[in-house]
Design a protein around this ligand. Structure first.
Ligand code: PEP
Ligand code: CO
Length: 465
């Protein structure tokens, strides 16, 4: 399959989804489980009213697309494709503008073209987008200057502003999460059929880089891509046919009120799909085997992920496989590991070996962001580009050592020129963080850092090929 082959999936939507079948009732079983990281809605009637509105609303994604993504993830798990997931730690309503969304999509498409070339294999592209509006927090409350208020849990729950009114969870925000996700998806669908991923632009992408120690490493790869593209164009290859790409939406399935209300039955098969996004994942904090999130996501047919941190054991991993993927469906389950650069080489091998030896097939994806968060001396929550890269390299080393498949990369990034992560070719230092630090939750790679990382990973993948 050519990775950039135009897909007609947008035209083949299956609309035969029903919101009212009795099977959906069993989805509510999560309410009987320990529920953590859920907001305390102040008014149960108001929550139920919004949930009913969401139940009647059109699904955001369709069963056929979701199944297609599961096939793509399955090929990544077999080493025939590579997954790239990226986007904000937390989307916000205010930043869900056309420019910002376009910049993010462009960044992911550019990274993916670089990786496609480096790996000589298709890249499965997913945005942490169109639904990433809820965050797990370490505490239910936040105290500033003696004032204690509910923690910010993402725009889908409450406001970031530190006032009582803003921090009160408001179920109307669930509706706004749906409408903002719908408008974001609309742009995603439009941009990814509009020539954005055109490989002929590759030389231009590099122009934002300045000469530096890292420069030559990706400049030569960009030159190679450019040469290959020109060669194929000279041979009469039809690049116009490659202007559309598949692009999927992923988010943490955290707010179960929202996820349940957007679940639908596929009337062709009777299967339940969570139609809020193509791919949902369970966070490191909510992956308890008897918890509400595992119970809920076990019941939907989407491809799903589970984050695994350095304390995860083989037993945890195998038990999660048994509950979430009892039928061992290819593409169903992805483990997204987030160990930290200093832990990955020790903590990952036993998990990968244990899962392999049990005969289970999952896709192993690395999240090199969440195990590498630090606070700078001037008080910013940040990460070092070199640690992020080191975790990625460690991830490849572990899989090379075991003869297993590194199936993908999960990143927090933005297409804008923010200064939130230290290092990279732009050499952002601690003072530099002050220039343009915009994230409300975790620090993101900016456009240049994202491309730089893609070139470095591509180099690594090309060694594997
Ligand atoms: C996240 O992906 O933003 C996140 C909270 O990650 P984790 O569950 O791995 O901590
Ligand atoms: Co994050």
């Amino acid at each position: 399959m050519n990775p950039l082959r135009a897909s007609s999936h947008v035209l083949e939507h299956d609309f035969s989804l029903s919101a009212s079948a009795a099977e959906l009732d069993s989805l509510a079983a999560w309410r009987e489980r320990p529920r953590i990281q859920q907001p305390t809605w102040p008014d149960e009637d108001a929550r139920a009213t919004v949930a009913e509105r969401l139940r009647q609303a059109p699904p955001l994604v369709f069963a056929g697309e979701v199944d297609q993504l599961a096939d793509r993830v399955a090929s990544a798990a077999r080493g025939e494709a590579f997954v790239l997931m990226g986007g904000d730690c937390a989307e916000t309503f205010a930043d869900s503008t056309a420019d910002r969304i376009r910049n993010k999509i462009r960044t992911i498409l550019q990274m993916s073209a670089v990786l496609t070339y480096g790996a000589s294999m298709p890249v499965v592209k997913m945005g942490r987008m169109a639904g990433q509006f809820a965050k797990p927090r370490s505490g239910d409350t936040e105290t500033r200057d003696g004032v204690t208020l509910p923690s910010y849990r993402g725009d889908g729950v409450n406001g970031f502003e530190f006032t009582e009114a803003s921090r009160l969870p408001d179920p109307e925000r669930l509706w706004r999460m749906y409408t903002t996700s719908a408008s974001t998806l609309n742009l995603m669908r439009a941009f990814t059929t509009g020539g954005f991923a055109d490989l002929r632009e590759v030389h231009a992408w590099n122009q934002g880089f300045i000469a530096g120690p890292e420069y030559a490493r990706y400049e030569s790869l960009a030159r190679d891509i450019d040469r290959a593209v020109r060669f194929m164009a000279a041979c009469g290859y039809d690049f116009e046919a490659l202007r559309s790409v598949e692009f999927y939406a992923a988010h943490e399935g955290l707010l179960l009120d929202y996820e349940e209300a957007l679940s639908r039955i596929d009337s062709r098969t009777g299967q339940v799909y969570d139609c809020s996004g193509h791919f949902l994942w369970i966070g490191e904090r909510t992956r308890q085997l008897d918890g509400a999130h595992v119970e809920f996501l076990a019941k939907v047919s989407n491809p799903i992920g589970v984050k695994l941190g350095p304390t995860a054991t083989v037993e945890d991993a195998l038990a999660l496989i048994d509950v979430l993927d009892p039928e061992r469906r290819p593409g169903r389950l992805t483990f997204i590991t987030r160990m930290g650069a200093d832990r990955i080489r020790d903590a990952l091998p036993p998990l990968v070996e244990g899962v392999r030896d049990a005969g289970a097939e999952v896709a192993w994806v690395t999240d090199p962001m969440h195990g590498n968060t630090i606070t700078s001396s001037n008080g910013y929550k940040t990460r070092r580009f070199e640690d992020i890269l080191d975790e990625v390299v460690g991830f490849f080393e572990v899989h090379e050592g075991l003869g297993t498949i590194p199936a993908g990369l999960h990143m927090e990034l933005t297409g804008d020129d923010v200064t939130e992560v230290l290092g990279g070719v732009g050499e952002i230092d601690e003072i530099g963080l002050e220039r343009r630090y915009e994230t409300l939750v975790d620090p993101r790679l900016n456009h240049r850092q994202s491309l730089e990382l893609a070139f470095l990973v591509a180099e690594r993948l090309s060694r594997r090929a």
